[in-house]
Design a protein. Structure first.
Length: 403
């Protein structure tokens, strides 16, 4: 069997079961008959690049990871809080200071643990680079964030960071930004035609489903939570799930339920209670999957209440909630695994791209920040790092007016 990374274009058009068999054969170790992790990682990387069009944008993870000093920028000073903070990766190239103090706006959603970590690291990196962050605290939700972004446009800023929004909510802002000469970039969203920093949803979807394949041995029953149409990242995760289900037809999605807003934990609890009544047998459901933490937090409670927490393991595509990370680190078996997100690094990359724009540079159009597969084996290490980040986050956000 060839070790060459496959051309994944055909993966999006399964015209016959033979295509799914082709993928499965590539991913299966010929000796052990189990998932080959090295080939899986090869496959996932190419799949992510192809499905997002990253290759067309001419920017690679390797090219983006050059130290700032190589492009005339300044490295973080050794005494900086961010320089000693955990979770750092090589900086993006940033043009040298032009002697001006640039105002860069960013509307924040403070409701989620991982968003707050990203906000703190963004503020610290802005300090390191000597620019002026213009902050506006908003509550969670597109409506509040749209209003916050509109308010920032009135703050005499040069660059606006659009975070966690969709194309439909961003496009109405563009005419006024263009009129005022305000440059834009995005993070963690669907951002048309402007530089974007994100943790790739396709990577997270593939990593999390690969864990399910490995844990079930390629055969079993699972439940999936979808939020189709509400989040482009969640839609991408579903696309990846569909790809792998065609490659592993013996893994059956026996039921789905929608992510419910604003209380996704309560929604996950109630829907899981209904599923437990609907599928009472021990092997009726073996795994449950969701794009993010909240529905699975509710599912965990429902399964424990029903005494089914030894029968089912939960998998989260993008793990970011402190509650889940702490539970995994302490050995709670109900949380199987998933892809840890690294918003601390996302925040730093966002600052570097925004400052590059403000100084007249040309940043990459797409910057990926990759998480890692999180399981009980490495959960204590990841949770320890996150706890250290949380301490720094609390100090930074308090300094900038977040009570």
């Amino acid at each position: 069997m060839s070790d060459k990374t496959p051309d994944p274009r055909y993966l999006l058009e399964f015209e016959s079961p033979k295509d799914g068999e082709k993928v499965r054969n590539f991913l299966t170790d010929p000796l052990t008959k189990k998932l080959n992790r090295r080939r899986f990682m090869q496959f996932t990387g190419v799949l992510a690049a192809t499905m997002t069009g990253a290759g067309l944008l001419g920017c690679s993870q390797q090219e983006q990871a050059k130290p700032a000093a190589s492009a005339g920028g300044s490295a973080a000073p050794s005494a900086s809080p961010a320089a000693s903070a955990p979770g750092l990766a090589p900086s993006l190239p940033v043009p040298a200071s032009d002697g001006k103090k640039h105002r860069i706006g960013n509307g924040f959603q403070p409701a989620l643990d991982f968003w707050q970590r990203g906000q703190a690291s963004w503020l610290l990196r802005m300090e390191e680079l000597g620019e002026e962050p213009v902050t506006l605290w908003t509550e969670a939700g597109f409506g509040a964030q749209i209003a916050g972004s509109e308010a920032l446009l009135q703050q005499n800023i040069e660059v606006l960071v659009l975070g966690g929004m969709t194309k439909e909510t961003i496009l109405p802002l563009m005419p006024e930004m263009q009129k005022k000469g305000i440059k834009a970039m995005g993070y963690m969203n669907e951002t048309p035609g402007i530089p974007l920093v994100t943790d790739p949803a396709i990577w997270q979807g593939a990593i999390s489903f690969g864990y399910i394949v490995e844990r079930l041995g390629g055969k079993g029953n699972m439940v999936a939570c979808y939020t189709q149409g509400l989040s482009y990242t969640h839609d991408q995760m579903k696309d990846v799930l569909d790809v792998f289900l065609k490659a592993y037809p013996d893994i059956k999605v026996v039921a789905t339920f929608p992510g419910k807003f604003p209380d996704s934990v309560k929604g996950g609890l109630e829907d899981s209670e209904n599923l437990i009544r609907r599928f009472p047998g021990k092997n009726d459901i073996q795994a449950m999957w969701a794009p993010w933490d909240d529905p699975m937090i509710g599912a965990a409670q429902a399964l424990k209440n029903a005494g089914r927490d030894k029968d089912v393991f939960l998998v989260i595509a993008s793990i970011g909630a402190d509650l889940v990370m702490k539970a995994m680190a302490e050995g709670d078996p109900i949380y199987g695994g998933g892809c840890s997100n690294n918003y601390w690094e996302v925040g730093r990359r966002v600052a570097e791209v925004a400052v590059t724009l403000a100084r007249g540079g040309k940043p990459p159009m797409l910057t990926y920040v990759y998480g890692e597969l999180m399981t009980k084996e490495n959960a204590p290490r990841i949770w320890k790092t996150v706890q250290e980040q949380n301490k720094t986050t609390e100090q930074v956000l308090k300094k900038y007016g977040k009570k």
